[in-house]
Design a protein around this ligand. Structure first.
Ligand code: F6R
Length: 600
């Protein structure tokens, strides 16, 4: 989704803002631009990649803002790319989010202002232009402007002859980085991560005036102070460390991510967990239902969590695609806990579902990877999955870390609700402890998976089947393949094939079967027979040597107790990666997709 960066310092801003845009590329975008502001404002734009945007080297002003655009209103053209300017060209604005009342505002401005683009954003510089005509400061002009806007936004504004940059945040995330003699702006910290780890997260309603050594923040017209926090992620963690793609690097980081997810959270004897959340035991005992809201990969982690929670925490769990969610029916909000799973913590659909549940009076818990993200501010409680920065658009390490965290939550709830036996507790926690090692063994077998991927890469349609915990992994593995290879891929509950999809199975459609522990492998083998008799080649993912004779290709995985399907998932991430690589796809930036989906 759109990204914002900015710099106010002593160095020429063009190069630094350009690099900020490069850092933000992972979010997904279709056009980009920079505005540099001194005595005049210069704007540089491209319809295409940041690399095609010239670094404005001849311009040595030390203040600039930049934007990567993921189009919502108006085509991805150079004209629609940000920054947008007012009629004089003296005010430049970059914007993430949506201005819901822009048509109304544009209609009112149209007589006196010339609009160039089809975007909702362009009303902002024209409104600022109007207010500046009253001879007020840029800060006041932006305050008056934001009071006229409805919707969600993060904006950064520069104007000729005005010192510094004014930023404003309403829902969409925005943070400020504090360097030596320099101030940075980012829609997320990757925008400036190589320059500083000292950040201030702006809150909704904040408007701030930034100069190179100062930050003044106002909310509802009153000055406010916000803490300076230290980022836990560093530039090296956010870089590619020699891997060809972030996705491959992140697949390889999974043993470490899993260790981090569980570190300090399981006691030595694997008998209890400490999640460091403030959910009173009495409340946890009173819950009748957990509703999980999430999108995409996080939704699949939610389906996996349901398997665990219903089996061991003695609670009914419903999993909702966030964009379809509404708290309702006869549910008692006091006895319903709503859990939002979101790696970015910024997914608009998930945030909207969470807010809907809050309005109904339900207690909410966020499961996220991102410190300071909007979900952590909106939810009553938060558990971090501690996967470290994930840059590749296709989620990998955050999925396994979400499932690991859901396992810890299951044990915690099960113990508080006295619905888990000590034997199951130990089985789950030992499986969790074995997971990093088991995943490492898969990574060590990467070459075999790569060979298989190259063998099957010409197929245009792939089916994934699984049962129980194998079912969400089938869905997730299919999603991974389709988003990065652009091949058709679908995941099914194995038993459902014969109720319709079997009609699509031919010798040209490989079927990938999850034949692991915790996924009723013996039953799935019946479905393997069904597809084999229609001529489909079958890849079996299994730790059971006996299953090998039933399939054409085996992805051997190590035994790993009840969480074995997570290990299978890692093998299938590699499979998806190498199928896409064989087709030379833009793996880290798949077409039409964005890392952080901040519109509904
Ligand atoms: C797929 C993928 C997406 C995200 C989804 C939700 O690989 O990454 O499906 O899982 O957009 O994102 P978060 O977890 O940030 O809410």
């Amino acid at each position: 989704m759109c990204g914002i960066t900015g710099y106010i310092g002593t160095e020429p801003a063009g190069r630094i803002v350009h690099q900020g845009l490069k850092n933000l590329e992972y979010r997904g975008y279709d056009s980009a631009g920079i505005a540099l502001a001194g005595e005049t404002v210069s704007v540089y734009k491209t319809e295409g990649e940041v690399d095609e945007l010239p670094v404005p080297a001849q311009n040595d002003v030390a203040c600039g803002i930049g934007h990567t655009r993921w189009s919502t209103h108006g085509e991805p053209t150079e004209t629609n790319a940000h920054p947008h300017t007012d009629c004089s060209g003296d005010v430049a604005v970059v914007h993430n989010g949506i201005i819901e009342n822009y048509e109304e505002l544009k209609a009112a401005l149209r007589d006196q202002h010339i609009f160039k683009s089809d975007t909702d954003t362009e009303v902002i510089p024209h409104l600022i232009e109007n207010h500046l005509a009253d001879d007020v400061s840029l800060l006041t002009a932006v305050q008056r402007t934001t009071a006229q806007l409805e919707g969600s936004f993060a904006i950064a504004v520069t104007a000729a002859g005005h010192d510094g940059v004014v930023v404003a945040r309403e829902d969409s995330p925005l943070l400020v980085g504090h360097g030596e003699n320099a101030t940075f702006i980012g829609s997320d910290a990757t925008a400036f991560i190589e320059h500083t780890d000292q950040v201030t997260y702006l809150e909704s309603g904040d408007i701030a005036r930034l100069t190179r050594e100062d930050i003044e923040i106002y909310n509802a017209g009153e000055p406010v102070t916000r803490e300076i926090e230290t980022l836990e992620w560093d530039a090296e963690a956010a870089g590619k460390s020699g891997y060809e793609h972030y996705m491959l690097k992140e697949i390889h980081e999974q043993p470490r991510a899993l260790r981090q997810a569980i570190s300090g959270r399981i006691d030595e004897l694997a008998t209890s967990v400490d999640l460091d959340i403030d959910l009173p035991a009495e409340y946890l005992r009173s819950i009748e239902e957990i509703q999980i809201v999430a999108c995409g990969t996080s939704y699949h982690a939610g389906l996996y969590a349901k398997e665990l929670l219903e089996a061991h925490a003695g609670v009914r769990v419903t999993v909702h695609i966030a964009s379809e969610y509404e708290f309702g029916g006869d549910r008692d909000p006091w006895r319903t806990m709503v859990v939002a799973i979101t790696q970015s913590g910024e997914t608009a659909d998930t945030l909207s579902a969470l807010r809907n549940a809050k309005r109904a009076g339900a207690r909410t818990l966020a499961v996220t990877n991102t410190l300071g993200s909007t979900v952590t501010r909106d939810a009553d409680d938060t558990v971090f999955i501690r996967a470290g920065p994930e840059i590749g658009v296709a989620a990998t390490k955050t999925f396994v870390s979400q499932v690991a965290t859901a396992t810890l939550l299951t044990v915690h709830l099960g113990q508080v609700r006295q619905s888990i036996t000590s034997q199951t507790t130990t089985e789950l926690l030992e499986s969790l402890r074995d997971l990093p090692g088991a995943v490492q063994q898969i990574l060590d077998r990467e070459a075999t998976i790569k060979d298989a991927a190259e063998t099957y890469a010409d197929s245009e349609s792939f089916f994934y089947i699984g049962r129980q915990a194998g079912y969400p992994v089938a869905l997730e593995s299919a999603l991974k393949l389709k988003e990065i290879s652009y091949d058709h891929a679908e995941g099914f509950a194995a038993g459902e094939l014969k109720h319709g999809p079997l009609a699509l199975v031919t010798p040209e459609t490989p079927v990938i079967a999850l034949l692991t522990n915790a996924s009723a492998a013996e039953k799935t083998l019946n479905n393997v027979n069904e597809v084999e008799s229609r001529g489909a080649p079958v890849i079996g993912v299994t730790s059971d040597p006996a299953a090998t004779s039933h399939v054409d290709t085996t992805f051997d995985i190590p035994e790993c107790g009840p969480l074995e399907p997570v290990v299978a998932n890692v093998a299938l991430q590699l499979f998806a990666y190498y199928v896409a690589d064989a087709k030379d796809r833009a793996i880290d930036k798949p077409r039409n997709l964005a890392k952080s989906v901040t519109v509904e």
